[in-house]
Design a binder for this molecule. Structure first.
Ligand SMILES: Nc1nc2c(ncn2[C@@H]2O[C@H](COP(=O)(O)OP(=O)(O)OP(=O)(O)O)[C@@H](O)[C@H]2O)c(=O)[nH]1
Length: 484
């Protein structure tokens, strides 16, 4: 990920404070110098970096500090506040409303990733149960309609466009009217881009906006454009009512800071970030969680909220009941996987853990998807009674799912491992009189499962100790959620 480098430099700078027994102005200045250097190297706007330094110095005034105050914590929180305010224009983004049409117009330069982002955005809302349609109002780039059509068809999203009409505002107006008539809730209008901010592009954007009266205008910006991002963002903002931003290609090798800091020029909040070419490579953007991740802190609170939203049975009350009576089956495992997948791409989930940023979970996601497909080829009896599994059945399931028998066996092994680790934990906890859930499995058991998902995971978490700390943090957050 683009910002992994910036993130690690920032957290190294903060961690350096631990080497000093006394935190004074000299230590603060040295740390600020490292932080500012890292931000500038990541293309963050110079004026904003200067502002950050001044504000942190003001917030941490050593002459007026009460005795006994934890200076390290104070400095960390001042940096966090400043990084957040840099990315937060203090305006709430438009929130689409259910059971009425919400017209969302996408704008941006050519190649910024508008068309791809429109489909990702559509897919996200479709997954949440909204009725979504896509309108292609790009008549400038040959093949734009075909691209949108192809993306939309793949994601099973209705689309509207024309090969013959040359006026994009007519297509946009007609498409929006059609989807409105048909009761669509999210109507996305993809507009054309140009290589530069030129008059023709802006004129066309204004005409499309007039024809569609969008509820929100989303400015799509490529994260690799560096310092130029600031002027580009401002130029768009001056011409159309940009209400929110999406930064794309944060998975690439560019530095990313330019686009992120350009948000200040639009005074419009970032709502999502694009982290790859695939439709699921799309993440919600929440400033505090993003900065926490950047500083290597993870976002356990956000993760717990998402688990709750997706109805993930964390305590596994039902599952544990079945397990206790020796009934934990492949069907239960499939349900658990399904619940996790409902929370979004695995990389988004795993990146919420402290220390997990920058790991590639694509392979783990693919493995889980593969297992789900394999389980779809099993009969009800097999799902409910894994003991039925025989060589002939494995061959039939492999043929039915289109995978190799070795892959079916890999799934069965994973199932056995999960079943036996859970049963062991159950027994141990029963002895101790504790209730069993995912979080009071011992760290070694969870570590074993994590290693299976992605061998680098444990190392990134800081070994068993890091895992212990993460489990404790999850417990705390869940308690907070329950107390709410
Ligand atoms: N790696 C990566 N590639 C992306 C991302 N978003 C878009 N792309 C790629 O960027 C290229 C341009 O994307 P498009 O969606 O065609 O760009 P556009 O802004 O619609 O372009 P015009 O229609 O010409 O204005 C494509 O190859 C996309 O696959 C992203 O988040 N990460």
């Amino acid at each position: 990920m683009v910002l992994a480098d910036l993130g690690s430099k920032l957290s190294v700078a903060l961690r350096k404070m631990a080497n000093h027994t006394v935190i004074d102005q000299e230590v603060l200045d040295a740390m600020l110098a490292d932080i500012c250097k890292a931000l500038l190297q990541a293309d963050v706007n110079v004026a904003q970096v200067k502002q950050l330094r001044t504000n942190v110095r003001t917030a941490v005034n050593f002459d007026n500090l009460a005795s006994g105050i934890n200076k390290r914590k104070l400095i960390e929180s001042a940096i966090m506040t400043e990084l957040c305010s840099m990315l937060d224009p203090g305006v709430k983004p438009y929130e689409p409303k259910k059971k009425r049409p919400n017209v969302i117009m996408f704008v941006g330069l050519q190649g910024a990733g508008k068309t791809t982002t429109c489909t990702k955005y559509a897919h996200l809302y479709k997954r949440k149960g909204w009725k979504v349609g896509l309108v292609c109002a790009d008549t400038f780039r040959a093949g734009a309609f075909d691209q949108l059509k192809q993306n939309a068809t793949k994601a099973k999203i209705p689309f509207y466009g024309s090969y013959t009409e040359t006026d994009p505002s007519v297509i946009a107006g007609d498409g929006v009217a059609k989807f409105k008539d048909e009761g669509y809730e999210i109507i996305i209008v993809d507009t054309s881009g140009r290589h530069r901010q030129e008059g023709a592009l802006f004129e066309e954007m204004e005409q499309i906006a007039a024809a569609t009266e969008p509820d929100d205008v989303v400015f799509v910006m490529d994260s690799s454009i560096g310092q130029a991002a600031h002027d580009q963002a401002r130029a768009f903002k001056e011409k159309v009512k940009v209400g929110s931003c999406i930064i794309t290609k944060l998975d690439g090798h560019a530095k990313g800071g330019g686009a992120l800091s350009a948000v200040a020029a639009t005074q419009a909040p970032i709502i999502h970030i694009g982290t790859g070419e695939h439709i699921d490579d799309f993440e919600d953007f929440e400033v505090k969680a993003f900065v926490s991740r950047l500083l290597g802190k993870g976002n356990i609170a956000g993760l717990m909220e998402r688990m709750k939203e997706a109805d993930v049975d964390l305590e596994g009350a039902e599952m544990m009941k079945r397990l206790a009576s020796g009934q934990w089956t492949l069907r239960d495992m499939r349900e658990q996987f399904q619940a996790v997948m409902k929370m979004g791409p695995l990389s988004n989930i795993m990146n919420s853990f402290p220390g997990m940023q920058g790991l590639d979970f694509r392979e783990s996601s693919q493995r889980i998807k593969r297992w789900m497909t394999i389980m779809d080829s099993m009969t009800d009896a097999e799902l409910d009674d894994p003991k039925l599994m025989s060589a002939e059945r494995v061959l039939r399931i492999a043929r039915g799912s289109g995978y190799y028998p070795s892959e079916v066996i890999e799934l069965l092994e994973q199932f056995k491992m999960m079943q036996s680790t859970m049963q062991k934990t159950m027994k141990k906890n029963k002895k101790l009189g504790k209730q069993t859930d995912m979080r009071n499995m011992d760290s070694h058991t969870v570590a074993q499962m994590m290693q299976r998902m992605n061998p680098q995971m444990l190392q990134h978490l800081g070994g068993i100790n890091g895992l212990d700390a993460m489990m404790r943090e999850m417990e705390k957050e869940e308690k907070k959620l329950k107390d709410k």
